[in-house]
Design a protein around this ligand. Structure first.
Ligand code: HRO
Length: 310
């Protein structure tokens, strides 16, 4: 049984898309809604519609993907309208993702969500690696602290943050200490590993156009980093702050590992882009098979129970 309770909502299973993949248009969102994903999240929104970076800006590679989309999206109002319509049809909450270009833009969008009838979950994306001239917010610890202070002055609905990967124990400690000061509902770890470079040696060229080929890396490449971030935050955050595990989930085995590290929900980006929404059926079958073999009936029996070597 894969049923998962997350923020007092019940989902049939923990699998979701990662924001950015298969979720920009209402057509794509309808396909996710009709799929066997437990839940789905919309593309990160900015106040106004954005074209994003020049193409090619997404490239599949054997071990993952590289992207520099640059936050193309249809604008905040488009996603709010969709979410409000969806919540009339089903009790399953929609996840809204917000990624302003500044603190002021984030606050303005969150104020609109707070004032609206939106009943779902909101994710504040503090980790887009691809907007030229805009560093990833959550690598600036002071700015992250200040942003959350302003947000929680008024925001009362369930809110999570999407984090970039961290690579140093001191950074896990410092970021967890900041997050623990706020009534956050969850942390989503990780966004793509920012500013990698993939090269095609047939042409001696980079494979995406923006930023001279630099882009966010996803897929198999990132799983060990994702697992470490899930584990590091699971062991450092207060128990009220849940974890969404994102990064390197291609199989039920990968999902199992994220759950063992402490994730509650699981998001799939690169592999969803490769396979389409039918992937959610396969992942559930594979995860169920592992649980059966190990004698687990529910995810709660093993979530977070990764063992150290003593
Ligand atoms: O649109 C993007 O370029 C993008 C975003 Cl916002 C993000 O959060 N993560 C990513 O890999 N690409």
């Amino acid at each position: 049984m894969l049923t998962t309770n997350f923020l007092d909502f019940d989902f049939s299973n923990p699998f979701m898309n990662a924001s950015g993949v298969h979720c920009m248009t209402t057509n794509e969102l309808d396909e996710l809604a009709a799929s066997n994903a437990g839940a789905y999240i919309m593309k990160s929104a900015t106040p106004a519609k954005r074209e994003g970076n020049p193409e090619p800006r997404y490239f599949d590679v054997p071990l993952g993907s590289i992207n520099s989309m640059g936050l193309p999206n249809l604008g905040f109002d488009y996603y709010l309208e969709y979410a409000l319509k969806q919540q009339e049809k089903t009790s399953r909450p929609v996840f809204f993702s917000v990624a302003g270009m500044s603190v002021a833009e984030n606050i303005a969008m969150l104020k609109k969500i707070e004032a609206s009838d939106f009943k779902g979950v909101t994710e504040l994306n503090l980790s887009c690696p691809n907007v030229p001239g805009k560093p990833q917010v959550a690598y600036d610890f002071e700015l992250t602290y200040e942003t959350l202070a302003q947000v929680f002055d008024f925001f009362t609905k369930p809110l999570g943050v999407k984090l970039p990967p961290y690579f140093d124990m001191a950074h896990f400690d410092q970021m967890a200490a900041i997050l623990n000061k706020y009534p956050l509902s969850y942390v989503n770890a990780i966004n793509s590993i920012g500013n990698g470079l993939y090269i095609d040696t047939d042409s001696d060229q980079v494979v995406i156009k923006p930023k001279e080929g630099f882009g966010g890396i996803g897929g198999e490449y990132v799983k060990p980093t994702a697992l470490a971030n899930v584990r590091a935050f699971y062991t450092r955050l207060k128990p009220e702050i849940k974890i969404i595990g994102t990064g390197g989930i291609l199989t039920g085995q990968d999902a199992y590992e994220h759950l063992l590290c402490g994730a509650t929900m699981l998001q799939v980006g690169t592999q969803l882009q490769k396979e389409g929404p039918a992937i959610f059926d396969r992942l559930q079958k594979e995860l169920m098979a592992i649980m059966e073999e190990k004698g687990y009936k529910t995810i709660a029996e093993f979530r977070g129970k990764l063992k150290a070597i003593v």
